[in-house]
Design a protein around this ligand. Structure first.
Ligand SMILES: [Mn+2]
Length: 356
């Protein structure tokens, strides 16, 4: 398909017809992103969570609606929550992509090369669609990373609105899953009004009558570490970063009950050294959240890990968040978000202690 032709045709159509009579279809067939006519792969981060998977699937549908040759892929094995969620709606998971070498890529739900599949530095990154702080992918052709939203699926919901593309049942299901997963079922500290508006609109299209009950069922699978080793639990929701010359990772682990906290701290501390060594990290953090107590325990390991964690998370001066040094970890309450609190604050400390 010749996109320049289509775009010029659409522009001509807009110029020729009056504002009142112009059909929306002309705009729909235009090419708002100039991605050309080569095949595009949409993909989220390694250790994919639900948002990383469903945002890739939904954005592939979005780009196909705009006329692109496009498919979604995943960067790793799906977790239990995502598997349950897709199965519930009878949706087929995308295939695994092992190398992005020389491919035309749209990145969703991350902007760190350290979190991408191998070969991403040799890919042609057309666009980054993400709701996290901008990471090391500073050389993409275009970005949609500045909207504050609780999930990448929320951003994509508004993309559909802005392009006047109607959202079908499958797309609504995908977007709803990503939003609910990333915002913990629209928790106030993980979401905003944009997410709530999207969920309210999407739920009926997706065929979900009771959103709270639906999320509760999803969350049972998210919290389940059944049949997993401690090393598998540690990496079940881990993210790798490179900043100011440092390589580090931040793991995220949940326990259902407060009395499991001490046990989980000891189990993660036992498996963290191996992960650090295998991945050549300078240091690593592991945040363990307990739902019932509404707290986060931040473990640290590696050279300067304790020093950096102390600088980042003690005396934070954030209203409504208290932190305290305990024996071998930092205790914070209420529980904090890796995206909103942990990574931005540790980045600031690393910038102030840059290796270069
Ligand atoms: Mn994600």
């Amino acid at each position: 398909m010749n996109f320049n032709y289509l775009r010029n045709f659409a522009l001509g159509a807009v110029a020729l017809c009056s504002l009142a009579s112009c059909e929306k279809d002309d705009d729909k067939n235009s090419d708002p992103f100039n991605f050309g006519d080569s095949k595009i792969v949409v993909i989220g981060h390694k250790v994919p969570d639900t948002d990383a998977v469903t945002s890739a699937m939904a954005y592939a549908i979005f780009l196909r609606s705009l006329g692109y040759d496009c498919e979604a892929r995943v960067a790793g094995k799906l977790n239990k929550e995502t598997t349950f969620a897709l199965d519930t709606f009878g949706l087929k998971a995308p295939e695994l992509l092992t190398s992005a070498d020389n491919l035309n890529i749209v990145i969703v739900d991350h902007s760190e090369y350290a979190q991408s599949v191998d070969g991403m530095r040799n890919a042609n990154i057309l666009r980054v669609v993400d709701n996290h702080l901008l990471g090391s992918m500073t050389d993409a052709a275009s970005y949609d990373t500045t909207r504050s939203a609780g999930s990448t699926c929320t951003i994509i919901y508004y993309d559909f609105q802005e392009q006047n593309i109607s959202i079908n049942k499958e797309t609504a299901q995908l977007l709803l899953l990503g939003i609910l997963s990333d915002t913990g079922g629209l928790k106030p500290n993980k979401s905003n009004n944009k997410d709530s508006v999207a969920v309210k609109d999407l739920a009926p299209i997706a065929g979900v009558n009771d959103v709270a009950a639906f999320y509760a069922r999803m969350n049972e699978f998210a919290d389940s570490y059944e049949d997993m080793t401690d090393a598998e639990i540690l990496v079940s929701d881990i993210k790798d970063y490179e900043r100011a010359g440092y390589k580090f990772s931040v793991a995220n682990v949940d326990v259902e009950q407060d009395e499991y906290l001490e046990d989980m701290r000891n189990r993660m501390l036992a498996v963290m050294p191996n992960y650090m060594k295998e991945n050549n990290l300078d240091f690593m953090l592991c945040k363990i959240d307990a739902d019932t107590l509404d707290c986060s325990n931040v473990l640290y390991l590696g050279e300067n890990g304790e020093k950096f964690a102390d600088a980042a998370f003690l005396n934070m001066g954030i209203e409504d968040v208290t932190s305290e040094k305990k024996d071998g970890y930092i205790y914070m309450t209420p529980h904090v978000s890796r995206k909103i609190i942990i990574v931005p604050r540790i980045n600031d400390v690393l910038d102030a202690n840059a290796k270069e």
